[in-house]
Design a protein around this ligand. Structure first.
Ligand code: PLP
Length: 389
């Protein structure tokens, strides 16, 4: 009988880098070790009450039990426009320039499907969120990994991208505030990015999942501060991080009417939109969430301070995070990312993420996620200090 095999695009998915770490973790748990995971970026705090209450009410309305609008309900698209006006000072058309998505991962994954042909390049940051490269590879696109280096403050250096790549590229992904490095970008970077995209006719896909998790006084800049007519920029937003809503799966995309229409054409053929009762919660957050965001960011700021002080005490170098809830730190001399993470786990029960999981330029680093209670974070850092001193 013919043996059924998975499709090549599945066969070619990268091997699970953390398999060995997972195996060790299970072994340690079975021995009764108290594991503290600083691995995954999944907020520990609950969704703000006012959002939960709105969703509970929305769930009891029978009209919300039916298929949602594919592109997102009009009320939420209008709330997005109001949020943009208030937060970034940009006016957007809620009917033509917004698409509601099932979290931002869905939207980011499908973006190359909508715009790349096989052989076209997507330029992606390395280290970076793995979805950009995986999606590009899956559709036969080519990935150019633009290194985010310490000496460039973890910003892409456009001068280093080969001309041959730039000419065949259609998309450049950026992500500031940045996972995993915690870096933010400055005006000079955005201006250079826009010049680069204009010169080569690229779409700028700005992953804005952490736009609200910004520790600086200035607001996070929007691509539309620099690309005022929305000629070639696309912003991918998520409600997951600013409102502790990772479990709800809700996000949105803002771009020009052409890009939104293309994404809509793909999306209507693929899924049936985000649940309407969740969209009601998202509306509540976007319209009334300013104070809640501030409270949440204050918690992450304190946790960041706790972590960097602790790393200072044991002489570990790190990139001082200006945003996100991660700390990107260098492994001590003599270790690789994986060997350090394994040793740390064996000796202390603390799990951090090896930097090479985010790409080859992540080698030599590890990432600490502060999405864990203050008490457990402080316990984890004590153990790390003990291990390193
Ligand atoms: N982009 C980045 C950089 C992320 O770190 C994540 C989640 O960790 C996402 C996008 C996806 O978030 P969500 O799908 O929950 O909106």
């Amino acid at each position: 009988m013919k043996r059924i095999e998975e499709a090549d695009r599945i066969k070619n998915l990268p091997r699970y880098l953390f398999a060995e770490i997972d195996r060790k973790k299970k072994e340690l748990i079975s021995k009764g070790v108290d594991i503290i995971s600083l691995g995954i970026g999944d907020p520990d705090m609950p969704t703000p009450d006012f959002i939960v209450r709105r969703i509970q009410k929305a769930l009891s309305k029978p009209e919300n039990h039916r298929y949602p609008d594919y592109e997102g309900s009009s009320f939420l698209r209008r709330a997005v426009a109001k949020y943009y006006e208030r937060r970034f000072g940009h006016s957007i058309d809620p009917d033509k320039e917004v698409l509601i998505t099932i979290g931002s991962k869905e939207a980011i994954f499908h973006f190359p499907y909508a715009f790349l042909n096989p052989g076209d390049y997507a330029i992606i940051p390395d280290p970076g969120y793995p979805v950009y490269a995986i999606s590009t590879n899956m559709i036969g696109g080519r990935v150019y990994r633009a290194p985010l280096l310490k000496e460039n403050r973890f910003l892409i250096d456009f001068d280093k991208i080969p001309e041959s790549v730039s000419k065949k590229a259609k998309i450049i992904f950026i992500n500031y505030p940045n996972n995993p490095t915690g870096a933010v970008a400055d005006e000079r970077f955005y201006k250079r990015l826009v010049n680069y995209a204009r010169k080569y006719g690229l779409l700028i896909a700005s992953d804005f999942a952490y736009s609200e998790i910004n520790f600086r006084d200035e607001k996070t800049p929007s691509m539309f501060d620099y690309d005022k007519n929305k000629e070639f920029s696309v912003e991918f937003h998520s409600l997951s991080k600013p409102f502790n809503m990772t479990g709800y799966r809700i996000g949105f995309v803002v771009s020009n009417p052409f890009v939104i229409d293309v994404l809509k054409r793909l999306k209507t053929n693929m899924d049936s939109g985000a649940p309407t009762f969740i969209q009601e919660g998202a509306e509540e957050g976007l319209l009334k969430g300013e104070r809640a965001i501030k409270r949440i960011v204050d918690v992450y700021r304190k946790r960041r301070d706790l972590v960097v002080k602790s790393l200072d005490r044991v002489g570990i170098s790190y990139n001082y995070p200006e945003g996100t809830f991660y700390v990107w730190a260098e492994v001590p001399v003599g270790y690789t990312s994986i060997s350090f993470v394994q040793r740390l786990m064996e000796k202390t029960g603390v799990i951090v993420t090896p930097g090479n999981g985010f790409g080859e330029y992540g080698e030599g680093y590890f990432r600490i996620s502060t999405t864990i209670s203050d008490r457990r974070l402080s316990e984890a850092m004590k153990r790390i200090e003990g291990f390193l001193s």
